[in-house]
Design a protein around this ligand. Sequence first.
Ligand code: ZN
Length: 129
Amino acid sequence: MKKLTKKELEKFKEKLTKQREKISGEVGRLTKDYLRKSAMDSSGDISSHPFHMADAASGAFDTEFNIGLAANEQDLLYEIDQALRRISEGTYGLCEKCGTPISMNRLKAVPFARYCIKHQESKEKEEGR
Ligand SMILES: [Zn+2]
């Protein structure tokens, strides 16, 4: 398998950078949303709350959902940052365990992939996924 050309690297870098901007925008929005809701929840007792219990419950569900989403996106941001670092270090597209070039199809599907298929699978097994 051939190494990635400079042009291909540039493309991945652009893709990752855009993805990063999009996700960090969303994380910022979700975090703000969460902080706003928490501030509202702590502003007095429940009887003065302008919502019915059903609304409050669904609100809590949304908040939990958003936090989960934000956490996943933080993970993604981390992976993207790592990928961008590897691009600047010249190790992008190589498996972190064995150094085998990761296939182009895989990088296109997951631009921040760290491992070749073989090691990705064994990693997922280790994590019990
Ligand atoms: Zn590998």
